[in-house]
Design a protein around this ligand. Sequence first.
Ligand SMILES: NC(=O)c1ccc[n+]([C@@H]2O[C@H](COP(=O)([O-])OP(=O)(O)OC[C@H]3O[C@@H](n4cnc5c(N)ncnc54)[C@H](OP(=O)(O)O)[C@@H]3O)[C@@H](O)[C@H]2O)c1
Length: 304
Amino acid sequence: MPTIRKVAIFGVAGNFGTPITAALVKAGFEVTIVTRVESASIFPPGLPVIRTEYTVEKLTTALAGQDAVVCAVGPAGISAQVAMIDAAEAVGVKRFIVDDFGWGPDFRTLPEFQPIGVQRRVAWGHAKELADANPQFTWTGVSIGNPIDWALKRFPLMGFDVKQRSAIIYDGGIEDFTGTTLDGIGQAIVGVLNHANETKNRFVKARSIQTCQSQLLDAFQRGTGQAWKVDQSSVKDLLESGRKKHQAGISGWVLELMVYQLYTPGEARCIVASKEDSDAELLGIKEETPDDIVKKVLKSVTNR
Ligand SMILES: NC(=O)c1ccc[n+]([C@@H]2O[C@H](COP(=O)([O-])OP(=O)(O)OC[C@H]3O[C@@H](n4cnc5c(N)ncnc54)[C@H](OP(=O)(O)O)[C@@H]3O)[C@@H](O)[C@H]2O)c1
């Protein structure tokens, strides 16, 4: 596999596009930003920006000369991915990193999330078909599990209200899950491109940590030097409430059902990458402790 140097990225200013772009630049890749004509996103300075319509014809011009493409658009842009993949293959791009940044192809998701997964699978299947027919074109998906430092800060329903120093512990707080930090997500993309042979035509499994709520609570209490107010709850209530909202078409169901999935007791549903089958070492992702994660969350909350 030839060396990858020139990388185009969609979704640069997004939650995950931001750390991915920073990591690619830091690692010395030549990064080009590709964005929608109507985008109001603000981009990091010093990088070339191509504004284009997301048609195969226009994208073919936009992606010419690139070695690799990273697609990190948000859910509203996923349907444009097939055109991105067609254009990339047509102009000789060697690697297309498809938009997953979730739980991977084998995830046992709740039925409510299946329609969201369908569009992603269309793009993944399309990349695979093109790669089967053209060995010069390859793809990779990056499964990250829970984007842990980002999610803990953003979603108190995950059990930790950092500002209030209070926690909701679901079902004893002992269900393990795996997560990848924003730094780990950026490093995962760098690792894929630096190990293009080992990562071609498959999903890689990233992880920075395997942990559970009770370990995180201990770390939050150590990190803040104070005892937190702790309430006990059960994710069964979130399942019931999330399903009611989903049926009634009321917002809020996504987060409730995601937290249910994360902590479903006894299912190990959200262990996306066990230590044995994780690609973290290959990709150069550092294993972190609950204290490391908490430190990042507390720092980002106090810096706001
Ligand atoms: N594992 C998890 O729990 C988890 C959590 C969050 C996200 N994710 C996944 O991670 C991926 C990236 O999500 P994100 O949260 O980083 O995305 P995001 O911040 O919501 O959006 C990223 C970028 O997508 C582009 N975009 C937005 N609407 C678009 C549209 N209609 N058409 C084309 N492009 C559009 C924009 O880029 P421009 O303005 O430059 O065009 C935007 O900056 C998604 O697949 C998402 O589902 C996973």
